[in-house]
Design a binder for this molecule. Structure first.
Ligand SMILES: Nc1ncnc2c1ncn2[C@@H]1O[C@H](COP(=O)(O)OP(=O)(O)OP(=O)(O)O)[C@@H](O)[C@H]1O
Ligand SMILES: [Mg+2]
Length: 578
């Protein structure tokens, strides 16, 4: 038993002494109300503790008790569909117990201990098992089989294992040395889960956003930073991906953003169905909610919690997408804690270890061969919003992200003002996954995918140069060829890259639709080019009809897609006919 007492409280930080035998990152109960805290510095008998809950009212001389554990979460069936706070407590269960406000010091595991799961073993007694082997399965949701995994660093011979219906607390069997086997296990969230080896990403994470899938693709297991100034559409992108993109499991981390936005998420996600499967999207989703009014230390924990849950489903052989909004708020939490600790500040007041922490976090993304048998391949794709103050990408959080990510989706304030959404700046954005995913796109999209992409990139680049010139000399002074490039780029911006997140039929663009629009764009360029070469003059192009046809494709219901595409092809073919 420790006699530690609080000797200082400053915001989310408390100091206690004499702490006795306690480890760095050990979890402690702080004060009479047993607030959840974590030891982040040890100096002789004085422990500095970051408290995951509101410290108002916490007084000097209140007791502090070590727990002999670190910040862990429980991993097992029942995570899907849950809404957790930054340290992994289910918000519904907490609200049930304490009303709308979260009572302090409530330790509730993320998984409901009362729910019973039908377990079917895939190993039998006598089997030698080791970490991450599959013991059997539970149908967690209608579309997802939950593989019950041997906890990391456990091994032995199975004495007994039985099919049956179990809660997560009951033993489903035991090892010969008496170790019980269960449906769930604990994991310290700051540690990444082990794996056999990293694999290169070779297939795209289909975002359903044309500008990403077509121009700046991300591979499964890739990482992307989405920096953008105020109101440039970061949240809309993260939420659109969480709702519609193609992954087995989605982990959405609302990190330090506005509470009303999270309320919208909870409302929307609760009633939407996955267009592909027809099942509620919450069936494949975990929401982690840590809004700006919640304690900053829990904000630090929330991203690790999200990553841990993602790695756990990865270990079952699934593709998981982690969507974080916003990593800047996480970094600000680190800054606030570092300031309380009176650490030597680095650039813009962020702690000197910011870049290091960030790269370790981003590195938890990846496509991997898992440990254990049977062998599985899984992936965690990580897409995080970054909120640079004033939209200035030179700041530390954006820069630290850029050093490690495989793709940059840079959002531009000017484009957002023009209501060109998603406001992705195609000049500064990039993807290192273009090569790795091109085979997949040529196979599943079309053999022309890469060519169309390259030509579109060139078109957009040439468009920018020409617009600068046109700004000086006027559009009419441009040659017809050049005017055609401006028209083509306008079509590309409006109908191919531009996508309305709030239009029922445009919020998600399947690869076939993305390809159809790209192909129509280049059919138009070819047809218009040949008309202009015949000296027909620019007026001969019936641009109004063509633009109307593109607009119809963009917003067509899936059942009308083929018909609208062929009408647009006709409109293009008929240009110059009269
Ligand atoms: N794809 C889109 N389609 C239509 N409108 C969009 C789209 N993306 C963004 N918007 C518009 O831009 C507004 C701001 O977007 P959003 O809230 O995502 O910005 P943000 O970058 O997250 O802002 P903040 O910096 O305040 O967090 C939205 O409310 C919406 O009106
Ligand atoms: Mg936002």
């Amino acid at each position: 038993m420790s006699d530690a007492r609080i000797i200082r409280v400053a915001g989310a930080i408390a100091e206690a002494s004499p702490m006795g035998d306690v480890a760095l990152y050990e979890l402690v109960e702080v004060g009479e109300r047993k607030l959840l805290g974590e030891v982040i510095r040890l100096d002789g008998q004085v422990a500095t503790i970051q408290v995951f809950e509101e410290t108002t009212g916490l007084g000097l001389d209140e007791p502090v008790h070590p727990t002999a554990g670190s910040l862990t979460t429980e991993l097992g069936p029942g995570l899907l569909g849950s809404i957790l706070d930054g340290v992994g407590r289910p918000l519904h269960a907490m609200a049930d117990r304490s009303g709308d406000f979260i009572a302090p010091g409530m330790s509730i595991p993320p998984l409901d201990p009362k729910v019973r799961w039908a377990f079917t073993p895939t190993v039998s007694s006598g089997a030698e098992i080791a970490e991450c082997d599959v013991l059997g399965t539970v149908e967690e949701s209608p579309g997802l089989v939950h593989q019950i995994l041997v906890p990391p660093s456990t091994q032995g011979r199975v004495a007994q294992i039985d099919a049956g219906t179990y809660t997560i607390e009951q033993a489903i069997g035991a090892l010969e040395d008496g170790t019980p086997l269960r449906l769930s296990h604990k994991w310290a969230i700051r540690r990444r889960r082990p794996m056999a080896r990293r694999l290169a990403g070779d297939r795209p994470f289909i975002t359903g956003q044309r500008v990403f899938d077509f121009l700046f693709p991300v591979a499964e297991g890739g990482s992307v930073a989405v920096p953008g100034g105020f109101g440039t559409g970061k949240t809309v992108i993260e939420q659109s991906l969480a709702k519609f993109a193609r992954a087995d499991v989605m982990v959405y981390i609302g990190c330090g953003e506005r509470g009303n936005e999270m309320a919208d998420v909870l409302h929307d996600f609760g009633r939407l169905t996955d267009p592909q499967t027809g099942r509620p999207i919450m069936d494949r989703t975990v929401l982690i909610v840590n809004t700006s009014n919640m304690p900053v230390a829990a904000r630090d924990a929330s991203v690790y919690l999200g990553m841990t849950i993602a790695e756990y489903y990865r270990d079952m052989g699934y593709h998981v997408a982690v969507l974080a909004d916003s990593l800047s708020r996480w970094a600000e939490a680190l800054r606030e804690i570092a300031a309380r600790l009176q650490e030597m500040p680095g650039e813009e007041g962020y702690p000197t270890y910011l870049a290091n922490r960030m790269s370790r976090l981003y590195e938890r993304a990846g496509r991997v061969e898992t440990l254990g048998s049977p062998s599985r391949t899984g992936a965690v794709t990580f897409i995080s919003a970054v909120s640079p103050p004033g939209g200035d990408f030179a700041e530390p959080v954006t820069q630290a992200s850029l050093r490690v990510v495989g793709a940059l989706w840079a959002l531009d304030t000017g484009l957002a003002h023009q209501r060109q959404f998603p406001a992705v700046d195609w000049d500064t954005s990039y993807s290192l996954y273009v090569e790795a995913t091109s085979d997949w796109f040529s196979r599943e999209g079309s053999s022309e995918w890469s060519t169309l992409r390259l030509r579109t990139m060139q078109l957009l680049q040439r468009d920018r140069e020409l617009r600068e010139i046109a700004g000086l000399v006027g559009v009419d002074a441009l040659a017809d060829d050049d005017r055609l490039i401006l028209e083509g780029a306008r079509i590309a911006r409006e109908f191919l890259i531009g996508q309305n997140a709030f239009h029922e039929h445009d919020a998600f663009s399947p690869v076939t639709k993305t390809h159809a629009l790209a192909k129509l764009l280049w059919d138009f360029m070819t047809r218009a080019g040949s008309i202009l070469r015949d000296d027909a003059g620019f007026e001969k192009l019936d641009l109004a009809a063509v633009r109307l046809a593109f607009g119809a494709v963009k917003t067509a219901a899936p059942t009308d897609m083929d018909a609208t595409v062929s009408r647009a092809a006709d409109a293009i073919a008929n240009m110059g006919a009269t």
